[in-house]
Ligand binder design. Structure first.
Ligand code: F6P
Length: 374
C-alpha cells in the first residue's frame, strides 16, 4: 500500500540535514513509491499546517547544501509560543498528522528533538527520528551527522589562529560550540594542536591554566592556544551550578521554591555569558601575555557538509524508510560502528552523551601534555 511520510527538521541547523532529507525522499519515492510531505520550521510547521508536497525535484541538488530546505525552529509541541503564551499544541499536531493521512513522521534533530518526538510517540503517532547536531551529544549513537563538518571547520580555524599567537606572543582563547558536552572542543582542540582544552565535563582552575601557559613560556614558547567549549566553567562556577541544580531537584513540582530555583538557574546561565572573555582577561593578568578571544559561533554550522557527514546522513536516511516499511516506530536510527541500529526513543529521551573522562582522545591529549585546567 502506498505510504505517506512526513519529514521535519528541528533544533539548530546542521550540515548534513539536506543530505538526510534527500536520502529519505529518494528512497521513499524511488525505492518504495511513497508520498512525502515536508513540514516547515520544525514542529511549528506541523501545528500551523505549513507544508510542501515533495517530489523528485525537491530532493534534487540538495546533497551539498548547508542548513535545511525545510527551515527549522526550537519550538516544543507541548510548550509552543502562540502570541505571548506557551500553549500545549500536541492535539493540533495529532489532528494535522491525521488530516494528512501520514503513516509516519520523521523528525531530524538533536537531544531536545528526541525528547519532543518521544512525547508525540507516547501520544500515539508513528515516529522515527534521526540524530543530528554538531555537538555530537545525542545518547545512543556513536556519532551525529554535523559533528564531522564542524570538527573540520573548527580545526582549520584553530590552525589559522596559531599565526597570530606565535607572531604576537599571545594567548589565543578560541570558543567552540557545545553547551553541555565538549566533543567539539576536544576533537578540534586536539586536532588543531591547542595547548589547553577546556570542557564542560572538567571544571577548570584558571591558575592551573596560567601555570601551564607560563611553563610553555619558560620553555621557549611564549604563546598558547586555549580551546574552550562554550559550556565549560570554573570549579567555583560548577559548584554554584551544582547547588542550584540540587535545590531545583529537591523542590516540589509546582512549588514557589521550584520556580525560584529555576529563576536562579536562568540568572546563573545568563551570568555565564561573557565568561570566556573574562577568562581571557584573567589569563592575561596571571601570565603577563596579551590575550585575545575568538568565538567561532555559527560559522561551525555553516556551509556544505563534509564527505563523512554526507555518508552518515545518507546511511541514516535510507535506513529510516526500511524501518517504516517494517512498521518499526518509536525509534531513533543510530550509527553503531559502520551499521545503523534502531534505538527505542524512551532510552534516548532526556539523556545527553558527555565526554567520558577516560575517553581515548582525552587520554592521548594528556599524554602529549595538553592542559585541561584541572
Ligand atoms: O545545539 C547545537 C548548537 O549549535 C549548540 O552548540 C549551540 O550552543 C546552540 O546550538 C546555538 O543555538 P542557536 O542556533 O539557537 O543560537
Amino acid at each position: 500500500m502506498k505510504k505517506h511520510i512526513g519529514i521535519l527538521t528541528a533544533g539548530g541547523d546542521t550540515p548534513g540535514l539536506n543530505a538526510a532529507i534527500r536520502a529519505i525522499g529518494k528512497s521513499a519515492i524511488r525505492h518504495h513509491g511513497w508520498q512525502v510531505t515536508g513540514f516547515k520550521e520544525g514542529f511549528r510547521g506541523l501545528v500551523h499546517n505549513r507544508y510542501l508536497r515533495m517530489g523528485r525535484e525537491e530532493f534534487s541538488g540538495i546533497l551539498t547544501r548547508g542548513g535545511t530546505i525545510l527551515g527549522t525552529s526550537r519550538d516544543k509541541p507541548h510548550k509552543m509560543m502562540i502570541g505571548n503564551q506557551k500553549i500545549d499544541m500536541t492535539s493540533a499536531i495529532i489532528e494535522n498528522y491525521k488530516n494528512h493521512n501520514l503513516d509516519c513522521l520523521v523528525c531530524l534533530g538533536g537531544g531536545g528533538t528526541q525528547k519532543n518526538a518521544y512525547r508525540l510517540a507516547q501520544a500515539g503517532l508513528n515516529i522515527i527520528t534521526l540524530p543530528k547536531t554538531i555537538d555530537n551529544d545525542v545518547w545512543g549513537t556513536d556519532i551525529t551527522f554535523g559533528y564531522d563538518t564542524a570538527l573540520g571547520i573548527a580545526t582549520e580555524s584553530i590552525d589559522r589562529l596559531h599565526s597570530t599567537a606565535h607572531s604576537h606572543h599571545r594567548i589565543i582563547v578560541v570558543e567552540l560550540m557545545g553547551h553541555r558536552a565538549g566533543w567539539l572542543a576536544l576533537g578540534a582542540g586536539l586536532a588543531g594542536g591547542a595547548d589547553v582544552i577546556l570542557l564542560p565535563e572538567i571544571p577548570y582552575n584558571a591558575e592551573a591554566i596560567a601555570d601551564a601557559i607560563k611553563g610553555r613560556k619558560l620553555n621557549g614558547s611564549p604563546f598558547s592556544i586555549v580551546a574552550i567549549s562554550e559550556g565549560a566553567m570554573s570549579k567555583s562556577e560548577a559548584a554554584d551550578l551544582s547547588g542550584l541544580t540540587s535545590a531545583l531537584e529537591n523542590a516540589e513540582r509546582g512549588s514557589a521554591e521550584r520556580d525560584s530555583a529555576k529563576e536562579k538557574i536562568v540568572a546563573f546561565q545568563n551570568g555565564q555569558k561573557g565568561s570566556t572573555l573574562r577568562l581571557a582577561e584573567k589569563l592575561e593578568n596571571l601570565t603577563g601575555l596579551e590575550a585575545r578571544l575568538t568565538i567561532l559561533g555559527h560559522v561551525q554550522r555553516g556551509g556544505t557538509p563534509s564527505a563523512r557527514d554526507r555518508l552518515l546522513a545518507t546511511q541514516l536516511g535510507t535506513a529510516t524508510t526500511e524501518l517504516i516499511a517494517a512498521g518499526e516506530f518509536g525509534k531513533m536510527v543510530s550509527i553503531i560502528g559502520d551499521e545503523t541500529r534502531p534505538v527505542p526513543l524512551e532510552d534516548v529521551a532526556g539523556k545527553k552523551k558527555l565526554v567520558p573522562l577516560d575517553y581515548p582522545q582525552l587520554i592521548s591529549a594528556r599524554r602529549i601534555g595538553t592542559c585541561f585546567g584541572d
